[in-house]
Design a protein around this ligand. Structure first.
Ligand SMILES: [Zn+2]
Ligand SMILES: [Zn+2]
Length: 124
């Protein structure tokens, strides 16, 4: 594979992440990036996504029982909504962790994940 073609594929994959503000699965990335590079393959998407994770541009979004999605790094604190009909994952702005949450003494929260699930407007 020539370096030039490589760059074009990588640019198409980056464009997919620029187009939407929600986490993407590798398959969604493939679908979107194929608009720019029709012969793009799944292996190339996995390779580019892994590179972008290593570079710190992307990070994995792990949801219980789900294959990982990826989102851009450096987003402000937010949570995720998983539509169980179309399987898309959406960002939910803000935080709904109760500040007065009761923890056993001596415990200190440093991080948390909250995932909502249900139906998105497209599937309702
Ligand atoms: Zn949906
Ligand atoms: Zn939060």
């Amino acid at each position: 594979m020539s370096p030039k073609r490589n760059t074009r594929q990588r640019a198409a994959i980056e464009k997919a992440f620029d187009q939407v503000s929600r986490p993407l699965s590798p398959l969604e990335v493939l679908d979107m990036a194929r608009e720019y590079v029709p012969n793009l393959g799944m292996a190339t998407v996995y390779r580019a996504v892994n590179e972008m994770v290593k570079e710190g541009a992307l990070h994995p979004v792990e949801l219980p029982g789900q294959s990982p999605r990826y989102e851009k790094s450096g987003l402000h604190h937010h949570h995720h909504f998983h539509c169980h009909v179309c399987d898309r994952v959406y960002d939910v702005d803000g935080c709904f962790l109760k500040p007065d949450i009761q923890l056993p003494s001596g415990f200190k929260v440093e991080d948390h994940d909250i995932t909502l699930s249900g139906r998105c407007p497209d599937c309702d």
